[in-house]
Each structure stands twice: as structure tokens, then as C-alpha cells.
Ligand binder design. Structure first.
Ligand code: ATP
Ligand code: MG
Length: 886
């Protein structure tokens, strides 16, 4: 079976068992503060397990793009070194939300593996949870009995809490699990050692393929477990490992999932994969063919490489791949981006989003590669300096903090530093590096520290109803709340059964406003609770308040009035609708390749990142602005359609943003169906005229292939114009209200240039006449001619000019000048070069001595030196002293 057939067979099998097949959620996790990337199939269904939402069906199956490179699941360091852990992989899964439980889950898993995929039964082992006394959870007798009836006791292994008890997080649903392992060794090896002994022992050919989790408990914040009212099934099977087992390979990389990319790498490098001649070249090909998937799909789903958070994780994966290519496959030029095309074709029917953005993704990767290759070079230079210094001191270990700096500042992976060090006969201080790293991690953990209590339930509710599209105010009940300690203080997080508050999403900030308890009037025992922000946590709308001591009020409150700040909301809506009008205008003016890559909008500005490869010219910006303002003046009424089946919306040509997770039913925001037609969950103006006016304030680059514009609307645009007008008026005022301002300023500038010229000429003339007077006053001696004078010149430079010009006219000259320039005393000493040679006199020494009189210091060369000081009254003394010296 090909990998495509294997995937399809999984989905078909569960469809035949009445499961609804859903698409994968994007790789990048949204609205989940605990996750950067989706790392398992269940991540997108969390809310259903937590009871915050209702699933579209009680049975669901899919293939989910997963990434395990951060947080609880981080397999990055194993990837490439072993043959069955990936950064990005597909997790095939089937779920029961309060529907079937262990019996069906186990029977179906066995049926699929042995009857559909025809995996040999004598090569499969299963594990069952042995129980844990400290948690008071017993041995999973039910699973044991079910498996015993299918595989027999000798193929069942007992597993401990670490391997066989699954938890969503520190708190939340959890339960025992049952894993299925497969033994892929040769018959000879199997005859020698039983596979049973190798399960869960990191043997590359005896691996776990499927994990069946049975959720039946909930973990509370104090560590205790309580039974869940309804039990659920959550299974996850590694698609690439399954392909290895079915295609009878001993490595995931030998399956058709990876072979296409590996073949391209072979062609590009001229090396053969698996020849065994260069083990590191094999590792490099595995690393690269794995990492390109993670990087390409992350970018596709909207996570661009950057130097913070999730973006930094992607950048590091990319760099790891590039550096393996650089070190072991001889790739000194960008190569990684070339693999995008291979993947885009391979997945064109499964994850269509990559094919649709192929060019963009390849360009982003190419730019990243270029800049990393440059970094790699400067890092190598830095490393050269470090090693040379160490060697000259006879030290043979690179200190940990240097290694850390190389990795932190130059993006230089430690293993690369170690490798190069080894080539130069040096070691690295691994422990010291780990210390520096731990120190940095500690700092960033402290930054992120947040402490939350359990939710305190106030009353029952089925999910949350968002009414903010239609209402500014609702009568609601408090469902639950919790207290959260943050760096800045304590917050209350409040959940309502219905709310008009929009929670931050899709770039639109959360609403602010108030909750009024008992009408909010203090005198009548009421209370006004200020809401400073609203955020989404999965599907919950969390209203955030920084007011103090709310526990009692929240617990006792009956009906509360939830009211948003509608003036602020209106400004936000102007910015959101303007963003839609702008995107359409951009597509018209710049081309249809323009896609949204990021968006932020509040009541002041709108910021928008989009894919485009060159600077947007002023002319293009004006065109876009004109078009948006034209649409504003047309005063197009908002057409909002809710609950449209997603496929229908896309067929009608609605614009969707890659990487956004859309449900089966979507909301459409339309301002003239032939102009702006987008999938959007945000709030908008009732008609475009309300936006008033739209004006760009900036345009620039964010990263390779991505530009950013900022703009303002309505009142803010007016404010901007007023501010600019005020500056102009001030200038006009200063220029005494000329009729043509530009001409007046140009006139001023011309005049300034002319005056400058005049001054230079005058100064020159002055120096010439001064020169003549000085020569006349000169004392002539037998061996030298002496001038000691206080002069009036415009700058310290003039003293030099004066001395040099006199030298050209007077032989054997010694000239000492004093001058007061802008209130500060200045001295210069000139001694003709031949005198310096014959007598050893030194202008530098002399000027230092004279400078004492003006409380200053200076220096220079033996024939010319200058000094500045702070006491101008000492100038005469200085000159007197000078006369005595010669
Ligand atoms: P392992 O112990 O092999 O790392 P796991 O216990 O972390 O696996 P689960 O979290 O139970 O795995 O995930 C379910 C399935 O997903 C596993 O049975 C396996 O087939 C697959 N899987 C897990 N991690 C990876 C990975 N990094 N790359 C590829 N497949 C994986
Ligand atoms: Mg794991």
C-alpha cells in the first residue's frame, strides 16, 4: 500500500464506523495559552473534553499535522539520529466524546491493523496500565480483559504511570491508556530475543504505533482525581510509523513518505543515502527531509520564522537543517527551499494549503537560508578569533559562555561549535554551556510565570453564547471565575453564560467595558466591575478584571449587566472593516498573490502584514488609499452571513486566511460581493461610510517576502491631518505667512548657502590681512623668526591655517598664537621643521606647558600642536611665558 492509500484506508475505516471525518487543524495552535503548536490529534478537541463546547459529532476521525519541538513533547534532538521520531508528523486519530469506550476502541484498532492493513498478529504487542498507588488509581482490569480475549495474555505488557497514564496538563481530563507496539525485526532476530522484552526500550524496530487513551478522570489543581461524568476515547497513531510497518521497512525514512525528498538530496549532493560510508551524511539527509516538512507547513499555516517565540522555534529548525546540509552534504549555497516543490506535490491532495502557497513558502525559506549562511560565516570568523586567542594562551577548551554567545547571538548550534572545535584540536565546556543555557531559561521562565487557581464554578452552563455581533449589552450570569497572579498583579478571569464582549481573535483586540452587579450602584448594594480586556482560551470567553476583592460579589451575583465600551468598539470596527477594504484594494493594485500574514487592530491603528516581495511604492500606496476611500464614500452596507457551510463559502469565492482554523460553518463579511468577501469572525461597521477616511501612516518590511503597513481611520486620521497642519501653520507663522510656502523655504535655503559662502570668503580675507600684520610685527633673530600674538579668529582650525600659511612665507618660523573662540581659550604652537630637527624643540611639549596658564591641556606633533582650556583670562600669561621660552 502507498502512504496515500494507508491514510485513506484509515479514514474510510472509521467513516464506516459512523465517524465524522474532519480536516486537520493548522499546525500553529491558536487561542491556547499552553501550546505553541498542535502536538497531538486531540489538541483541537480540547474544549469538547473540558465541556466548553459541543462536538459536531460524538464520533470523529482525522489526520492531524503535529509538531513536537517544544514544551512537554520535544523530540527535536532525536530527529535524524533515530529513524522513527519526527518534528512534524501526521497523527491519525479516532475519538469518542461520551460515546463508545474501551471495548469498541480496542476491537476496532485490532480490526484495522490486522484485517485492513494485514499486519501480522504475532508481531504486535499491547500494553495496559498497571495502576498507581500514590494516585489511588487501580490496574486497568477492563482493558486487560478486553485485550486478553483478542491477543492472549502473553502479548500484553503492564505499563507504569509514565508510559500508560495520559494527562492533558497539570489539571484537566486524564486516564489510563493502552499502546500498540510492532516488532519489525528480521525472523532471525525475533527467534533470538522475544519482542516482548524490547517494547518501550528504545529499540528502533520495536516501536509504539498507536496509543489509545481512555479518559475517565479529572485532575484538580490540588493533585486529586475525580471521575469524569462522561468517558471519552482519544487515540493517536503515528502515520509515518504505520507506513513503515505496512511497507515492511525498518525506518520511516525508507517509506514513500520521505523517499521523494531524499532522492532530491541525493541528486543535489551527489551522495547516496544509506550507503553507510558517511554516517553523518545519512543523518543529515534524515534531518533535512524531516525538517523541511516542519518548516514548510509551519510557514504555510502562518508561522513565519522570527526571533521570538514560535517564530524562533521554526527558525531554529530551519537552521538546524541548513547547517547539517552545510557540514555534511557540502551545501554552501541555499538548497533547503528547493525541497518545497517536492512536498507541495506530494501533499497536494491531502494538505492543499501548501501547494497554494508554494512560491511564497519557498521564497521565505530562501531568504532565511541566505541570511543564515551569512551568519554562519561571521560565526565561523568569530570562532576563529576565539580559538586563536585560546591557543596563544595554551588553553584547549572553549569556555561555556563563549559557546553560549555563539549560539545565542550568532545562531550557531552547539554541536556545530563542538565539531569545528574538534577540527581545531579543541574541546568545548559543555557543562558551562548548559549552565549558561539553564540561566537563560530560568530568566525566561520567571518572565512568563503565572499562577492560577482552579476555576471556581458559580453555576452550570452549556458553553458560552457570544451576542456581541448584535448587542452592546446583555443580561448574563457568572458561570465561573478564577484568580491569576501575573507579573503586574492579580487578575480575575470571569466567564459568563452569554456576553457581548468580543474576545481578542483574528487580530482584533478584546473589548473593554463593565459588568454591573445589581445595577452597579454602590448605594443599593451594587458593584461595577471594570473589564480591561477579553481573551479567548480555547472556546471560553475570559473577561479580565484588575478590580480587587471580587470573590464574594462574583459568587453571589445574580443577573449581571455586561456592557461593552461601545465608543471604543466603534473605532475598532472602523479599523477592522477598513482592513477588509484595504486587502481587496491591495489585491487590485499589487496583484492576487497578496495574502494576509498577520493583522492587528485596536481603537487607534490597524496594522497589516502581507505577502509581497518588493517595497510598495508611494504611487501604489496612494492608489490603494484612493480605492479604499472611494469604497468608504460609496457607503456600502455590511452584508453579514452567518453559519454558511465552509465549502459553500469557498466555492462562492470568499477569501480565507491560511493557518486560521475555521469550523464547518463560517461567517462571511461582505462589502459588495464583487469587492470584499471574506471569512471573518470579527465585528464590523454597519456601512462603510462610518469609517470616515482611511490613511496610511507607514510601509516597511517585516521579513523576507512579508511587508507591513499601518494606517488610521476616522477620528485618528483627522487627528493625524490636524497634527500635520499644525506643523505647517507653525512654519508659515515663522516665515511670516508667505503666499508660496515651498518657494519661501527654498529661498531660505538658497540664502543660507550664499551666506555661508560669504562668511568663508570674509574669514579668508581676514586671515590674509591678519597675516600681513603679523609678519610686520615679527621679531627677527639670527636663527629664527618669532611671532607670539593674541589673534581674533573664528575657529580653532583657523589657527592651523594661519600657522601653515605663514610657514610658506617666512623661513625659520616659530609662531605661538592665543585666541578666544566662543569664550574658550585656545593655544597653538608652530616650530619650523628644520628648527625642530636642529634644536630638539617640541611644539607638543611646549603647548602642554603653556596650557597650564589657561587651565587646559593639549598636544600634537613636534612641529605643530594645539591646546584648549577653560580659563581665558590666562591667555596673556601664556603668551608672555611663550616669549620667554625662545
Ligand atoms: P514515543 O514514546 O515513541 O515518543 P509517545 O508516547 O510520545 O511516543 P504519543 O504521545 O502517545 O507518543 O503519540 C501517539 C503516537 O504518535 C505514537 O504512538 C507514535 O506512533 C506517534 N508519535 C509520537 N511522537 C512521534 C514523533 N515525534 N514522530 C513520529 N511519530 C510520533
Ligand atoms: Mg514521545
Amino acid at each position: 500500500m502507498t502512504s496515500h492509500q494507508i491514510r485513506q484506508a484509515f479514514l474510510d475505516f472509521f467513516r464506516s464506523k459512523q465517524h465524522l471525518i474532519v480536516p486537520s487543524a493548522p499546525l500553529v495552535a491558536k487561542n491556547d495559552p499552553t501550546l505553541m503548536f498542535n502536538n497531538s490529534g486531540m489538541a483541537q478537541f480540547k474544549d469538547f473534553f473540558l465541556g466548553n463546547g459541543t462536538p459536531p459529532s460524538r464520533r470523529i476521525a482525522d489526520t492531524q499535522k503535529c509538531l513536537r519541538v517544544s514544551g512537554k513533547h520535544n523530540d527535536l534532538e532525536d530527529v535524524g539520529f533515530d529513524t522513527y521520531h519526527h518534528t512534524m508528523f501526521e497523527m491519525l486519530g479516532n475519538w469518542s466524546f461520551g460515546d463508545y469506550f474501551k471495548k469498541e476502541a480496542i476491537a476496532w484498532a485490532w480490526e484495522l491493523l490486522t484485517e485492513v492493513y494485514k499486519l501480522p498478529k504475532d508481531r504486535l504487542y499491547v500494553s495496559v496500565f498497571e495502576g498507581d498507588a500514590s494516585d489511588g488509581v487501580p490496574f486497568d482490569q477492563e482493558a486487560w480483559d478486553l485485550w486478553k480475549g483478542i491477543v492472549g495474555e502473553d502479548r500484553i505488557i503492564l505499563g507504569n504511570k509514565k508510559d500508560n497514564f495520559w494527562e492533558m496538563g497539570d489539571t484537566g481530563p486524564c486516564g489510563p491508556c493502552s499502546e500498540i507496539h510492532v516488532d519489525l525485526r528480521s525472523a532471525a532476530e525475533v527467534a533470538e530475543v522475544s519482542g516482548k522484552l524490547l517494547v518501550n526500550n528504545d529499540h528502533p524496530q520495536v516501536v509504539e504505533i498507536w496509543n489509545l487513551v481512555f479518559m475517565q478522570f479529572e485532575r484538580k489543581a490540588d493533585g486529586s482525581l475525580i471521575p469524569l461524568p462522561a468517558t471519552h476515547v482519544d487515540t493517536g497513531m503515528g502515520f509515518e510509523r504505520l507506513c513503515m510497518a505496512i511497507q515492511q521497512k525498518t525506518s520511516n525514512y525508507d517509506t514513500d513518505v520521505f523517499q521523494n525528498t531524499i532522492q532530491v538530496l541525493e541528486t543535489l549532493s551527489g551522495k547516496r543515502y544509506g550507503s553507510g560510508e558517511e554516517p553523518f551524511a545519512d543523518i543529515a539527509m534524515r534531518v533535512i527531509s524531516d525538517h523541511i516538512r516542519a518548516v514548510a507547513f509551519a510557514i504555510t499555516d502562518g508561522q513565519l520564522p522570527s526571533n521570538v517565540k514560535a517564530g524562533y522555534v521554526i527558525r531554529r529548525i530551519l537552521r538546524r537543517a541548513v547547517r547539517y546540509g552545510y557540514s555534511y552534504l557540502g551545501f554552501q549555497e541555499p538548497f533547503f527551499y528547493k525541497l518545497v516543490a517536492v512536498l507541495a506535490d506530494q501533499f497536494k491532495d491531502v494538505f492543499t494549503e501548501l501547494k497554494a502557497q508554494e512560491e511564497f513558502v519557498a521564497k521565505v525559506i530562501l531568504e532565511e537560508e541566505r541570511s543564515f549562511l551569512r551568519t554562519l560565516e561571521s560565526g565561523l570568523k568569530r570562532l576563529d578569533v576565539i580559538t586563536a586567542t585560546l591557543k596563544s594562551k595554551g588553553i584547549n577548551t572553549i569556555p561555556g559562555d563563549e559557546v553560549f554567545e555563539l549560539s545565542d547571538t550568532f545562531g550557531f548550534p552547539v554541536d556545530l561549535t563542538a565539531l569545528i572545535a574538534r577540527e581545531k584540536g579543541l574541546l568545548i565546556d559543555e557543562a558551562g554551556f548548559q549552565d549558561a543555557l539553564a540561566e537563560q531559561k530560568k530568566r525566561s521562565r520567571q518572565d512568563a510565570a503565572k499562577e492560577a487557581t482552579d476555576w471556581i464554578e458559580v453555576r452550570e452552563a452549556d458553553g458560552v453564547e457570544f451576542l456581541g455581533y448584535d448587542f452592546e449589552e446583555t443580561h448574563s450570569h457568572i458561570v465561573k471565575y478564577r484568580k491569576v497572579k501575573t507579573k503586574t498583579g492579580e487578575e480575575y478571569h470571569i466567564v459568563l453564560d452569554r456576553t457581548p464582549f468580543y474576545a481578542e481573535m483574528g487580530g482584533q483586540v478584546g473589548d473593554t467595558g463593565v459588568l454591573l452587579v445589581n445595577g452597579g450602584d454602590k448605594e443599593n448594594g451594587g458593584r461595577k466591575i471594570n473589564i480591561v480586556d477579553t481573551k479567548k482560551e480555547n472556546d471560553l470567553f475570559v473577561h479580565i478584571s484588575r478590580d480587587k476583592q471580587l470573590d464574594e460579589v462574583l459568587q453571589d451575583a445574580g443577573i449581571v449587566t455586561a456592557r461593552i465600551d461601545k465608543y471604543r468598539r466603534a473605532k475598532i470596527e472602523s479599523n477592522h472593516s477598513a482592513t477588509h477594504l484595504m486587502l481587496s484594494a491591495m489585491r487590485e493594485v499589487l496583484g492576487s498573490h497578496v495574502g494576509q500574514k498577520g493583522s492587528f487592530l485596536n481603537d487607534e491603528v490597524l496594522r497589516f502584514d502581507f505577502s509581497h516581495f518588493t517595497k510598495v511604492t508611494d504611487e501604489e500606496l496612494s492608489k490603494i488609499e484612493d480605492r479604499v476611500n472611494e469604497k468608504i464614500r460609496e457607503n456600502i452596507a455590511l452584508e453579514e452571513r452567518r453559519n454558511v457551510p465552509i465549502q459553500q463559502a469557498l466555492n462562492e469565492g470568499a477569501t480565507a486566511t491560511f493557518g486560521e482554523k475555521y469550523g464547518d460553518f463560517v461567517r462571511l463579511i461582505i462589502f459588495d460581493p464583487t469587492y470584499s468577501f471574506e471569512l471573518c469572525g470579527g465585528t464590523h461597521v454597519p456601512s462603510t461610510g462610518q469609517i470616515g477616511v482611511f490613511k496610511f501612516t507607514s510601509e516597511g518590511s517585516v521579513s523576507a517576502g512579508v511587508r507591513r503597513v499601518e494606517a488610521v481611520t476616522g477620528e485618528k486620521a483627522l487627528e493625524l491631518m490636524r497634527a500635520q497642519e499644525a506643523v505647517l501653520n507653525k512654519i508659515k507663522d515663522l516665515l511670516k505667512n508667505p503666499t508660496d510656502l515651498v518657494k519661501a523655504v527654498e529661498g531660505l535655503l538658497d540664502e543660507r548657502t550664499a551666506l555661508q559662502k560669504k562668511i568663508t570668503n570674509l574669514e579668508n580675507e581676514k586671515i590674509q590681512s591678519l597675516k600681513a600684520a603679523l609678519i610686520e610685527n615679527m621679531e627677527t633673530h639670527r636663527t629664527f623668526n618669532l611671532i607670539v600674538e593674541k589673534v581674533s579668529v573664528p575657529s580653532a582650525d583657523s589657527l592651523k591655517q594661519l600657522s601653515y600659511e605663514l610657514r610658506d612665507q617666512v623661513e625659520n618660523l616659530i609662531a605661538v598664537f592665543g585666541a578666544e573662540i566662543a569664550g574658550k581659550p585656545q593655544l597653538s604652537v608652530f616650530i619650523a621643521e628644520n628648527i625642530v630637527q636642529e634644536t630638539g624643540l617640541n611644539a607638543g611639549k611646549i603647548v602642554k606647558e603653556l596650557a597650564q596658564e589657561i587651565r587646559g591641556g593639549g598636544g600634537g606633533q613636534p612641529f605643530f600642536a594645539t591646546a584648549g582650556g577653560s580659563d581665558a583670562s590666562g591667555l596673556d600669561n601664556a603668551l608672555e611665558k611663550a616669549k620667554g621660552l625662545f
